[in-house]
Design a protein around this ligand. Structure first.
Ligand code: SF4
Length: 342
């Protein structure tokens, strides 16, 4: 067997990088802090743009990791404690006291979702029928898309850019995937409840990738989803548990009031909670503007950290769609291979 690599994080990026490295004959320790692989993917129902079941992709990836058990050892329920540089390679100490001697470390710790409670004015955690996009996805997965009191939602609004492009929460960046997720979820509500009225309240629509624009057109022409350009100013609850939204249609320049059964907040991505601690342990740089890990450069060294022998993959360096995350993971594996063979 060739050299050994420790991968921190068993989400899609960690698994895909592990498979790429195992395919080249490297030994991989895949270190996952929970007791299951998959990260956020394990909590998702269907994937944009073609509504593929998330579970199918997850099962396929986990199946491949298991098949590659001669090369990939998954270590569950543990986290990185420290890394020491040795004459040759790195010594990685885990929180379960395992010590790994490795030649490179790949950080693939992913992202956290923005905590919607921080935008108190949107009523999350206060009003029962205000949900996040992740809460709604869980309802789709459980096949129970109903209001808190069990009613079928007749009117649903999606609010874009919650915790993204927002100076007040120090997240001025775009999270890239929440526009397309809102369109996907709006179409899914209409598939379930064709009579429901569905609104998307957006700042700008950023439908940047393949098939996204088609989804947006289908949402309007086939499903009749309404798109209103405007930012939410106030949310309150009516006596019958509905949600009253005050906004402004910025295209028409008119204030607008809307009462809905369900309000869905499209929460953005933020650097995962472990970022600052990992940065200290591994001598990594964190961007002062978005708080994600910084790579050596954005062009030819987009998976290299500033510290020698440490690499980065997936959404720990900034918001990414799932296809981009997987591609980035393969690219990180290639960078590690070049580092070990040059
Ligand atoms: S992808 Fe859309 S909803 Fe998400 S932050 Fe960017 S503009 Fe806002």
């Amino acid at each position: 067997m060739k050299e050994t690599i420790a991968i921190i994080g068993g989400g899609p990026a960690g698994m895909e990088a592990a498979l790429s490295l195992a395919g080249r004959g490297y030994k991989v320790y895949l270190v996952e802090k929970t007791d299951a692989l998959g990260g956020h993917l394990a909590r998702w129902d269907r994937l944009f743009p073609q509504q593929d079941p998330a579970q199918d992709l997850l099962n396929e990836m986990i199946g491949k990791v298991r098949e590659a058990d001669d090369y990939i050892e998954v270590i569950y329920g543990t986290e990185l404690q420290y890394v020491k540089r040795r004459m040759r390679g790195l010594e990685v100490m885990l929180s379960n006291q395992t010590v790994l001697q490795v030649d490179a470390v790949l950080v693939a710790c992913g992202f956290d979702l923005f905590r919607a409670e921080r935008k108190e004015e949107y009523g999350y955690g206060i009003y029962e029928n205000v949900l996040t996009s992740a809460d709604l996805e869980r309802k789709f997965k459980e096949k129970k898309v109903v209001c808190h009191d069990g009613r079928t939602p007749q009117k649903v609004a999606f609010v874009h850019c919650v915790g993204s492009r927002d100076e007040k929460v120090d997240h001025t960046y775009c999270s890239k995937v929440c526009c397309v997720t809102a369109v996907k979820q709006a179409c899914e509500i209409k598939e379930l409840y064709p009579e429901a009225e569905v609104f998307n309240l957006y700042m700008d629509l950023r439908m940047f990738d393949r098939y996204f624009e088609q989804m947006y057109h289908k949402a309007q022409s086939h499903f009749g989803v309404h798109f209103v350009r405007g930012r939410l100013s106030e949310v309150s609850e009516t006596v019958d548990g509905k949600i009253l939204i005050k906004t402004e249609d910025t295209l028409l320049g008119r204030p607008m009031k809307l009462t809905v059964d369900m309000l869905v907040l499209m929460v953005g991505m933020q650097a995962c909670a472990a970022t600052a601690e990992l940065a200290e342990k591994l001598d990594l740089k964190v961007s002062p503007s978005d708080h994600f890990f910084e790579t050596k450069d954005l062009f030819l060294r987009g998976n290299q950290a500033h510290a020698k022998g440490i690499f980065l993959a997936g959404a720990c360096t900034g918001p990414k769609s799932l296809p981009d995350t997987l591609q980035d993971a393969r690219s990180a594996a290639e960078s590690i291979h070049r580092y070990l063979t040059d």
